[in-house]
Design a protein around this ligand. Sequence first.
Ligand SMILES: [Zn+2]
Length: 315
Amino acid sequence: MIAEIQTMTSYKYCEKTLQNAMPCVGIGLHGGKKVNMTLKPAPIGTGIVFVRTDVTDKKNTIPATYDRIVDTRLCSCLGNEDGVTVSTIEHLMGALSGFGITNLFIEVDGPEVPIMDGSAADFATLIECAGVLEQDAPLKALKILKEVSFADGKGAEVCLYPAEEGLSIDFMIDFKQSRAIGRQEYSIMLTPRSFKDAVAYARTFGFAQEVEMLRTMGLARGGSLDNAVVVDGDKVINPEGLRSDNEFVVHKTLDAVGDLYQVGMPIIGHFSGVKSGHAHTNTLLRHLMADPSAYEIVTMDEYEESLYQKERKSA
Ligand SMILES: [Zn+2]
């Protein structure tokens, strides 16, 4: 599917938050407990910050940045210096990236972001209901200047390449153990429109035998067919089936969008993921940020102007 690319004229490059606070209630995937979450407007320069409202005796704020990721085994889990954590942030982060929200407080009264239906569709709806507020500060972006890659030696590989404009993503998965998934590829140019129409709906997925194992470990207590696609052998056991034939690879794309946004600003570049997960993307971001020659921070309106001048010269 070719994503619709939003024209430059309709998109304003500035910091953004929400117009109104937006509460929601859901359950945590692993703890299985009810979680209240409120998305709250935040001033210019705040970034994306989680606030654990149930924690009163320790520092309860956790900025959503790649260097605060403390666990990537099952989801992306953030922690602060007092050991206060919040898990399963990636689908919400994906929605914030998709809609270009740069400043937000996310209050949660427990250790997990609610899983909702396992996709980012509800988060996209919450953002749209709250309304996006353009703030009076120019948008900064991280432009990739040279290829940075990471391979785990077991077949997974992630890479960031330079690109002139925006963030584009390629993803490939190959599940030989299940014909229900098999080999799938997906490509998209990320815009608020393409995120909402083509990425947000894709649900997280797991294998029936894994779900059993996680339950015996005390995890995935909140997991059910209401918030995940469950694959048993060559079959999807959810009675309603898949939302699209390639829902699996689209979900991996959503995870990557959310994980990449932990760099703290939009990326101008191309990301390629092959059979990769949260840990690989996080390692890639650490490699990228450890090499100052691999990126530069640009102010978007100046950058757009320089691209325009370059085009004019070459025309
Ligand atoms: Zn996911």
